[in-house]
Design a protein around this ligand. Structure first.
Ligand code: IPE
Ligand code: IPE
Ligand code: MG
Length: 250
């Protein structure tokens, strides 16, 4: 495989980590075994992205809709999450990674929230990659809560509704200060967004692979990044315009 161009890596990579359950089922294992194996992939991919100097990595780990899964699976996932965050803090420190969480944290168990707070605090001075876990996260819910906040500011007379624009709306979301994802990867062959970062993905390049998350590895990541580097991001313009370097055609 040709080498990656370091100057054309995504600044922000977002991943929908899917297929843990199917990976386990194919091996006649319990779903939770797939989730455990998936955590190993998280370790590998976080470290590799940080090594590649990707600025922002956002991982969809648990959706607002995933609460509808059987209670035993939800409980096991929460336990695994807590264990992961606790176990990875030292490595985040070594790799200069700053930890962050988006999603409805009020839904999460108290012990998980304590672990999150502790790791956010410990890693807050790090200056390398920002690792964001999306937990109990839903894109529509996030947009609604931003709209509610802006509406109540307007109702209180502190905000002129006409002043709301893409920048200020974006700044009201949980990803304020984080650039929009340049590339979204989804594993396991599903080709949908599943309520992830709806606003922020407006112009992301999408990459789907059949590989299940427990089997996603450095080579698969390199393949996705390579594919990304072959895309022309036009943002509505024509190819010619991009090649002429932003010059306005008559
Ligand atoms: C992704 O794997 C992990 C979570 C959603 C928590 P799944 O658990 O969705 O695996 P499949 O889609 O059932 O194979
Ligand atoms: C999306 O995966 C959420 C995460 C990866 C955490 P799901 O497996 O829950 O998505 P659907 O239900 O197949 O769309
Ligand atoms: Mg799934």
């Amino acid at each position: 495989m040709k080498t990656l161009k370091p100057e054309n890596l995504p600044r922000h990579l977002a991943i929908i980590m899917d297929g843990n359950g199917r990976w386990a089922k194919e091996r006649m294992l319990r779903r939770i075994v797939g989730h455990r194996k998936g955590v190993e992939t998280v370790r590998v991919i976080v470290e590799e992205c940080s090594r590649l100097k990707i600025g922002y990595l956002t991982l969809f780990a648990f959706s607002a809709e995933n609460w509808l899964r059987p209670k035993t699976e939800v409980t096991a996932l929460m336990a695994l999450l807590k264990q992961y965050i606790r176990g990875e803090t030292a490595r985040m420190m070594q790799n200069d990674i700053r930890f962050n969480v988006i999603g409805n944290r009020a839904d999460l168990p108290e012990d998980v929230n304590r672990e999150i707070d502790s790791t956010i605090q410990k890693t807050s001075g790090n200056r390398g990659m920002l690792l964001t876990l999306a937990l109990s996260y839903g894109g529509r819910q996030e947009i609604i809560s931003a709209a509610r906040r802006l509406a109540s500011e307007a109702a209180a007379g502190r905000l002129d509704p006409d002043s709301i624009d893409e920048n200020s709306f974006g700044a009201s979301l949980s990803t304020a200060g984080i650039p929009d994802p340049d590339l979204l990867i989804r594993t396991s062959g599903e080709m949908r967004i599943s309520n992830f970062l709806l606003w922020q993905l407006a112009y992301a390049e999408l990459y789907f692979t059949e590989v299940n998350w427990p089997e996603f590895d450095r080579d698969e990541l390199a393949r996705a990044l390579k594919d990304y580097q072959s895309r022309e991001r036009r943002f509505g313009k024509t190819s010619d315009q991009l090649r002429r370097g932003g010059e306005q055609p008559s």
